[in-house]
Design a binder for this molecule. Structure first.
Ligand code: FAD
Ligand code: FES
Length: 279
């Protein structure tokens, strides 16, 4: 059992929870995730470890209430218990000093990109953050991202915060400025997490410039041990499993069209169970 130590609503439908999980906190690294099960009948959902405190023995999860389990989790409060947290899972981010790193997070993906930006900064890189959401009331972790980025750009679809538009617009502008400059080099790495169309747009754009790009994929996961196959993705023409081979992959090699289709695999079941919660 794991106790919820803190709960905070960060934005509309986005909640931050701190859990007691000393064994996970001891080993967690940026880029890794846990599988969470609320109770004995609960499904398994993967959530990125947004933060951890080895001394206090806690981990922080930030989740968007999109369906049955995340909405049920959002109904719990500090002091409540959940039955299982499994992790840390997945390969940690391979962070070292490489120069300039552009980290891009869209929607709830901002929670996932924050620890990555922080670890690249900690390694001595110049970190440029680009975060985007549909509107200001959905934007999260602006201050935290400012704290770990040398420069931070914000976009909202409706222009209610930062510049109006999409994260890819800022990336394109940055690259245009670099192209025209005799002194500035292209970043050593672009790292993106967010909706599939956003990651595909980033990968398609950076491919032409030959700039290494990592996408942190969110395929549907069930067992998260490499056994069930539900998180199967195609990367560089080969079958890989997001849970054990990822979740980070060379974005230029990812078949995003297939990934987009596979994330909708259980749409009907998700809809049916979701309706139960609202009945
Ligand atoms: C490695 C990884 C890390 C993630 N980290 C975060 C995070 O930090 N914050 C966050 O808000 N979300 C994160 N997600 C997505 C999160 O797991 C899903 O939103 C959650 O499982 C939805 O469950 P649900 O029952 O509430 O909604 P459902 O109604 O079941 O599903 C809503 C949508 O979520 C996706 N989804 C459903 N079940 C799963 C599943 N088991 N695995 C993956 N995706 C699923 C589907 O695309 C679906 O359309 C992560 C996913 C992965 C794979
Ligand atoms: S979640 Fe089952 S193989 Fe990855």
């Amino acid at each position: 059992m794991h106790k919820i130590i803190e709960k905070k609503e960060l934005a509309k439908d986005i909640t931050r929870m701190v859990f007691e999980a000393p064994l996970i906190a001891r080993k967690a690294e940026a880029g890794q995730f846990v599988v969470l099960i609320i109770d004995e009948k609960g499904e398994r959902i993967p959530l990125t470890i947004a933060d951890f405190d080895r001394e206090k023995g806690t981990i922080t999860l930030i989740f968007q209430k999109v369906g049955y389990t995340t909405r049920k989790l959002g109904m719990l409060n500090a002091g409540d218990l959940i039955s299982d947290l499994l992790g840390p899972l997945g390969h940690p981010t391979e962070a070292k000093k490489i120069g300039t790193v552009v980290t891009i997070g869209g929607g709830a993906g901002i929670a996932e990109v924050y620890p990555v930006a922080r670890v690249f900064k900690k390694c001595g890189n110049r970190v440029i953050g680009i975060i985007g959401s549909r509107s200001k009331d959905l934007l999260i972790l602006e201050n935290e991202m400012r704290g770990v980025c040398d420069e931070l750009f914000i976009t909202t679809d409706d222009g209610s915060s930062g510049r109006k538009g999409f994260v890819i617009d800022v990336l394109k502008e940055l690259f245009t400025v670099i192209e025209k400059s005799a002194h500035t080099e292209f970043p050593a790495l672009v790292y993106c997490i967010g909706p599939v169309p956003m990651m595909k747009a980033v990968a398609d754009f950076t491919r032409d410039f030959g700039v290494k790009t990592i996408a942190n994929l969110n395929p549907v996961m069930v067992d998260a041990t490499g056994m069930c196959g539900s998180c199967r993705c195609t990367v560089g023409g080969k079958t890989v499993f997001g849970c054990v081979d990822g979740p980070e992959f060379d974005a230029h090699q990812v078949d995003f069209v297939e990934l987009g289709k596979r994330t909708k695999l259980f749409c009907n079941q998700e809809k049916t169970i979701n309706e139960k919660l609202t009945e």
